[in-house]
Design a protein around this ligand. Sequence first.
Ligand code: ZN
Length: 167
Amino acid sequence: MPRDASPIRLYLFDADDTLRRTRVPRQPSPRAPGEWELLPGVAARLRAMPWGPHDLLLGVASNQDQVGYGLVTVRAAHQLLMDMIQAATGIAPPAEAVTLCPHRLETPCACRKPAAGMLLRIMTFYGVSPEETLFVGNAPTDHEAARRAGTRFAWARDFFALAEERR
Ligand SMILES: [Zn+2]
């Protein structure tokens, strides 16, 4: 059976330039509340989906090397991702399903995308298989992380363009 026949149970999202954008010029990720906003179409699409423990599950996998460079604390970076999901979906996901890579770019690790570590960790947390998981991202590193984790993948522009066409 083709793997696309499995219904999607878990939706994973990249953060920066997939769900949110930073208002501060030349700063790829926010470091404080008020420095970010949801991208157009994101809330409309995600608030229409049935999230919950017995419905669709969600998670976030975000590279946050700015933590490693001391520009923001891991706690603040995680809270900004939690706030983003709350704004986008109207619900608060389990903190364990909102993951970030805090390491410096020059530090080898198993979590920075295109590595699969964050995606695997969230799937393990929920007990959901790669075949039932879709990762939505905007970067080639997101696409490669999905390939390595064995999940399905959608480009953010395609995933969220659907909502805009239906308006
Ligand atoms: Zn890492």
